[in-house]
Write a protein that binds this ligand. Structure first.
Ligand code: GLU
Length: 289
């Protein structure tokens, strides 16, 4: 087997917090335990939030924690053509459909059905499944957008894609080296957006394309992404890519039992550092020497 290769892949949409530090340090430790390396990948596809200042902040925080990684860092924003080509392949195989629904449209359609007493399914993140509005009406408003050459989002036709791919699974690995086959259930997700309106990709499409392109053998990431692995296994199968093995680590929770997230005012590493905490103390607190 070739050298184990891992990656730490933050979205530089804000400053890193303790949860990111844990994930990065764990990647570093697992890579060493496996006798491999880890790469740093900036998932900077969001044109508004992934600012140069945030990217500099992430690099600075990781460096401060004492982590080192091989250069060059892969910046997803520099590879939009590759993701566009992957989307074109899926489009060519009729696995994507255009959609002009805003979040509000989707929520409205679901609310209307629920008002009649229908119980509408949720995806594992708790959002209502896409109600299929544009898929059911390809000649509707979305066709006007396309005819006018305007951008729209493109969703994976989950029923068609799951049927073509057949039963799927992914491999979970434990830190004790044990591996386990897990059945994938991508249908839990409904028609996921693979191409956003503002950029020619999405988190799901670029993460799968990049893990394969970079030859990642082992993914270590938070348990909040475990359910999305269903979708990642499906995408890898549709694109004919070799999937990595996955380890989803427990999430650090804040005092209220909520996941630490940039959006919820959890203290950033930068703020802790400014308050006088040392990188060594943070490493120890997270269980790393
Ligand atoms: N970029 C994602 C995040 O910061 C993580 C992607 C992954 O590890 O698959 O949440």
């Amino acid at each position: 087997m070739s050298e184990p290769l891992l990656r730490f892949a933050p979205s530089p949409n804000g400053r890193l917090h303790l949860g990111h530090a844990y994930s990065a340090l764990l990647n570093d430790r697992v890579a060493r335990d496996l006798g491999g390396r880890w790469l740093l990948r900036m998932e900077d596809i969001d044109p508004v939030r992934a600012t140069a200042a945030n990217i500099r902040g992430v690099l600075d925080d990781l460096d401060w924690l004492g982590l080192r990684w091989p250069e060059p860092v892969r910046f997803q924003s520099e590879h939009m053509e590759e993701y566009g080509a992957a989307a074109d392949r899926l489009r060519g195989a009729a696995r994507l459909h255009p959609c002009s629904c805003s979040r509000g449209d989707g929520a409205g359609a679901v609310a209307a059905r629920e008002a009649t007493g229908e119980v509408w399914p949720r995806d594992p993140d708790g959002s209502p499944l896409y109600p299929g509005t544009c898929r059911a009406a390809p000649a509707g408003p979305v066709s006007g957008l396309i005819a006018a050459g305007e951008r729209c989002q493109w969703r994976l036709d989950m029923d068609a894609a799951s049927r073509v791919a057949g039963p799927l699974g992914w491999t979970r690995f434990g830190l004790d080296g044990r591996e386990e086959a897990v059945a994938a259930r991508p249908e839990r997700w409904g028609d996921a957006v693979l191409v956003r309106k503002d950029v020619p990709t999405s988190y799901h499409l670029s993460v799968v394309a990049d893990d394969a392109r970079q030859g990642i053998s082992h993914v270590v990431r938070g348990r909040d992404l475990e359910a999305a692995t269903d979708l990642h296994a499906l995408l890898a199968a549709l694109l004919g890519l070799a999937p990595p093995r996955y380890h989803h680590h427990a999430l650090l929770l804040d005092a209220d039992g909520l996941k630490l997230a940039k959006s919820r005012d959890s203290r950033s590493l930068r703020a802790m550092r400014d308050a006088g905490e040392t990188a060594g103390a943070i490493r120890l607190r997270l269980g790393f020497t």
